[in-house]
Write a new protein. Sequence first.
Length: 230
Amino acid sequence: MLNLIYRNLYSHFGPQNWWPVTSEKDTKQKLEVCFGAILTQNTNWKNVEKAIAQLNKNNLINTKRIIDISNKKLALIIRSSGYHNQKAKKLKNFCYFLSKTYNGNLNLFFKNNMEKLRTELLSINGIGPETADSIILYAAKKPIFVIDAYTRRIYSRIFNIKPLGYDELQQIFMKKLNNDPKLFNEYHALLVELGKNICKKKPLCNQCPINNMCNYYNKNHKIKNSKNKI
DNA sequence: ACCCAGGTGGCCC
DNA sequence: GGGCCACATGGG
């Protein structure tokens, strides 16, 4: 079923290519992905892009320089991403951690296995499960499945169950799918695309690429609550 | 004038 | 251990 949903989504929306890190050696690019993962918390991606452009412009895709700049200045630079005061601290926390534990060497940090990466990322204030997993998948390119609010809603709706917890749902996806970072990357992005574009107002939508499954859900379980949107 | 966006941490009970 | 709440900007 999960593989079928993926195929439907992929043929409908096409490849999303979120955060394609082209060069394995480009550490700066990976660091930019880490920063993006933090900046996009509860924020529209367009606004994050502007903030990242500002960081680049100010030569701040760099752990040491993030640590050195004042919170105030940093907050101003990333202003467009919203929550700028909080996020300035979060970026710094991440950089402090890298600096203290891995001498600022992101590649060294990424040499750890997934479990250790996740544990250490979660220990940083400002990084929760979704951000940690985004960093592991999109920057470190290790096969972990990122869960978000859309994924929860879509899954609970198709299978007519109450929304599952983060770790629980993640385990389900990871058991049913091939352990392929590229697949996990696209799948998560496609679910977000579905959530953003389709079935926002009505429980049913003819253009929805998982329409049959929605139909199944609605017909058999009589869910009419429009608040339960995908 | 609303409502939402690729969440997280803190506090309350 | 679940349920609120603050956090803040830009786009539709």
